[in-house]
Unconditional design. Structure first.
Length: 213
């Protein structure tokens, strides 16, 4: 049904909760902001970091850029590896490749970090292309990352591709590019968030994705 499957990374392929929240906590400490409830930072998983620092802490553009620098200090050192592959993801990828599907990563995480994470967890070789954000944030919006992936993989038939992700940004980015989407409820977005955003399908486990593709 679909030849090209675009996967989000955080909250879809891997559970990055500890590493991302530790990185945010590290950055906020630099601004003398303490966080007592780690789960309050889960909203940082998925959207571009700059948007989250501005929206959730009222940071200016300059403060947000500085916070991202602090975040990356911790993330590059250890945060990216405080992460784990969701149960069932590897089996899903093996099954999809056996069916001849073309797999692509489309993530708001900087592309270099995404590649390193995929390599660390032995997932990299399942994917034909990795599309991520740029370090300077010139490409950070999910719709732009999806478009970048489509262009680089020469995908002109939008009906042959589908976006798979756990947050509304994945679903909205897919719609802006004329793609259908699968929202995954095992990540960091709620079922209602995915449904309201307009996900074509919703999968409750990695292997559920198979029945839609």
């Amino acid at each position: 049904m679909y030849q090209y499957l675009l996967f989000d990374l955080d909250g879809t392929l891997t559970d990055p909760g500890i590493g991302i929240t530790n990185s945010v906590i590290y950055a906020l400490h630099k601004f003398d902001i303490d966080v007592s409830n780690r789960s309050a930072l889960y909203k940082f998983i998925g959207p571009p970091l700059k948007n989250s620092f501005k929206k959730d802490y009222g940071f200016s553009n300059e403060q947000s850029d500085l916070a991202i620098q602090y975040y990356r200090e911790y993330f590059k050192k250890q945060g990216m590896f405080e992460n784990e592959v969701y149960d069932g993801i590897r089996d899903l990828l093996i099954e999809l490749k056996s069916k001849g599907k073309s797999l692509i990563v489309a993530t708001s995480k900087p592309e270099a970090f995404a590649v390193e994470i995929l390599q660390h967890f032995d997932l990299y070789n399942y994917f034909d292309f990795v599309a991520g954000a740029t370090m300077d944030n010139k490409r950070s919006k999910k719709a732009d990352i999806i478009q970048y992936a489509l262009n680089n993989c020469n995908i002109s038939d939008k009906s042959s591709a589908i976006m798979i992700g756990d947050r509304e940004h994945d679903i909205i980015g897919a719609k802006e590019n004329g793609l259908e989407s699968i929202g995954v409820s095992f990540g960091y977005g709620t079922y209602n968030e995915l449904k309201y955003a307009g996900a074509t399908f919703i999968a409750d486990s990695p292997m559920d994705i198979l029945k839609y593709v």
